[in-house]
Design a protein around this ligand. Sequence first.
Ligand code: RIB
Ligand code: CA
Length: 313
Amino acid sequence: MSARKIIIDTDPGQDDAVAILTALASPDDLDVLGITAVAGNVPLSLTARNARIVCELAGRTDVPVYAGCDAPLTRKLVTAEHVHGKTGLDGPVLPEPTMTLADGHAVDFIIETLRREEPGTVTLCPLGPLTNIATAFERAPDVAERVQEIVLMGGAYFEVGNITPTAEFNIYVDPEAADIVFKSGAPIIVHPLDVTHKALVTRDRNDAFRALGTPVGTAVAEMTDFFERFDKEKYGSLGAPLHDPCVTAYLLEPELFSGRHINVEIETTSELTRGMTVADWWGVTDRPANAIFIGDLDADGFFALLTERLSRL
Ligand code: RIB
Ligand code: CA
């Protein structure tokens, strides 16, 4: 079977980096047509830099990296240096990228790719705020129906928020963009904090990354050593939640995950609950189902998959 065509839209971010590395380690399964950077964890200049650093770490400078939107559709950018460090990729010491950015804006790349490829053959994998995706759908209303699936990390329901009491960061940063995407009609699979907070990099799991004894394994372990501080201090958790790699793992082994096809809507008007994903998990409304909302995973299987794939780089 031919490799699945994907575009990774990202705001690296240590967890984004692990998701990208896992995808780039799997060329027989995932054909990464391009990586589109968006402002999120850190400003665009850094997310576009970090995406290229990760491509070079993976030895995959064949994958074009495009710079996208540097701010949310209407709101002021909120970043997360308190979690990811000032560079967004704190932890390992990695060389500055030598590969250049691909020509053109990320949004144009998304639109052109969706129009060029056969309908229903390109999967969008947003790992950050949904600004690039929403801008593409607004600028080219014909492309949403050409998307195979949108498999994204974002939102929260039972787990509630990580940037406010009610909102997860990716959705909080650009709720208007998320609202456009969730109303686009494209098939959506959501990996919220409800599942990503069960994908914790415990000491043993991080030791398995380090034991790979490769530059990739060492870099991932050092990223996690840095990235875990925030969640261990805030939640007392056993390790860093590997949010974004849930998206890549789902593409590779969807049977590791479980969820429900439900209605999910985005709070965009209240400042108190801005960016909340209102997930009708119990079906108490007649609002139409528009997303598969993932609630659980086989964590040991997830980490076995990640470790094996990363060992290939
Ligand atoms: O809330 C977690 C999400 O926000 C992850 O994608 C992380 O990288 C940040 O973008
Ligand atoms: Ca991210």
